[in-house]
Write a new protein. Structure first.
Length: 387
């Protein structure tokens, strides 16, 4: 949390929040990237010498991170990240079964995949990996070995490199480690496991860090889904407004830099009547979502892996929304650490570390978040919101 706050103290953010800046600066955009990395794992803002990795605009504006990270900071530790801790609990329970399901782990960040791979190596999990550095001619061989020959328990997948076209039906569980600004990108990634040839019920876990920019990105996805629903309901009318939600106003940018430490789920609070957050621009954009759908379901879960994560304290909130075919769509929140060296705690959002179709590629009109198309064989879709 202290690292997150430290990044927010940059001059660019201060100018934006005070109203002195009418347009976002390059520094603001750099800080957004830094906050997203911090939500995944503090290692992404830390090097072996204990200083911030260059070049980050906030480093010059807010001072070095050297005094924030403890001198004995342990790199590649799952305990330093709420998301990573939750992932560790999920994998431990899934892969310890007598006939374990295989898991696909997806991230926008290859650096985050590096850390996940290190954690898998520490736990002696076997994994294959497909990202932008993977030889195109070798990708199908990797897919075949994962699907058919049991070469690995886990497939690590870069969202951009493997988000479309790959058939990974050897796995029936997928962890979306971080969210993209564009919901269609996430939907494409989720669809890697639910395709022709899939014989098992599929579960998708979305990890979010509660109260941080992670949740803001997810809320943005929800708002885009609302706009798409509205436009479809109008038969495509008012095309000029179809791009609404793709650009940020100054007020919306300010919302991105607000850190909430007092909630298990900022999205839940945003959608509930009486919340202080309901006056925000984003809340108005989400007004079409039924707040009754956003209730904590952590006490009534069927999935053993989620149950274990809740019992461990790695998850603080689980959202279950009715999907098509009366299937469940789960959103869960996990805890994050209160500073870079502490264990992840149930309801703090600091170093927070916060759906699918059967055919080849998703059609943007028929497959929007949070509605899941072609779910006939999907028992549960689980989305984890991590603080």
């Amino acid at each position: 949390v202290e690292v997150y706050k430290h990044v927010l103290r940059s001059k660019s953010v201060a100018a934006l929040m005070s109203g002195r800046a009418s347009e976002p600066s390059d520094g603001v955009l750099s800080i957004i990237t830094s906050l997203r990395k911090l939500c995944n794992h503090p290692d992404l803002l830390h090097c072996s010498s204990g200083t911030a990795l260059p070049p980050y605009a906030y480093a010059a504006e807010a001072g070095s991170l050297e005094s924030i990270f403890p001198t004995d900071y342990a790199r590649s530790s799952a305990q330093n990240s709420g998301k990573m801790r939750c992932l560790e609990v999920l994998l431990s329970n899934i892969l310890s079964q007598e006939d374990p399901d295989k898991v696909v782990i997806v991230s926008n960040s290859t650096a985050a995949l590096d850390i996940i791979q290190s954690v898998c190596d520490q736990q002696r999990y076997t994994a294959v990996r497909i990202d932008g550095a993977t030889d195109v001619n070798k990708r199908q061989d990797i897919v075949n070995s994962f699907n058919l020959y049991g070469s690995a328990q886990i497939c690590l997948l870069s969202t951009r490199a493997g988000g479309a076209g790959l058939n990974l039906v050897g796995a029936n569980r997928l962890v979306l480690f971080d969210s993209d600004w564009n919901p269609a990108v996430d939907l494409q990634a989720m669809a890697r496991v639910w395709r022709d040839g899939q014989r098992k019920p599929c579960l998708v876990y979305r990890l979010l860090t509660t109260g941080t920019i992670d949740e803001k990105i997810y809320q943005r996805q929800l708002m885009k889904g609302q706009i798409a629903d509205m436009m479809e309901g109008q038969g495509g009318a008012q095309g000029k407004k179809a791009g609404a939600g793709s650009r940020f106003s100054v007020e919306e940018l300010k919302e991105l830099f607000k850190l909430r430490l007092d909630t298990p789920s900022d999205t839940h609070d945003l959608l509930c009547k009486g919340s202080a957050a309901t006056d925000s621009t984003l809340a108005k954009g989400l007004s079409g979502i039924n707040e009754g759908e956003w209730q904590d379901a952590s006490a009534s879960l069927d999935d053993y892996a989620l149950q274990a994560a809740v019992a461990d304290g790695a998850i603080t909130f689980v959202h279950a929304a009715a999907g098509m075919q009366n299937k469940l769509h789960h959103d869960a929140s996990t805890g994050t650490s209160t500073d870079a060296s502490d264990d992840a705690a149930c309801s703090t959002p600091s170093d927070q570390h916060d759906s699918m179709q059967k055919n080849e590629d998703l059609d943007s009109k028929e497959n929007r978040w949070p509605v899941v198309a072609d779910q006939d064989s999907i028992d549960d879709v689980a989305c984890l919101e991590i603080e």
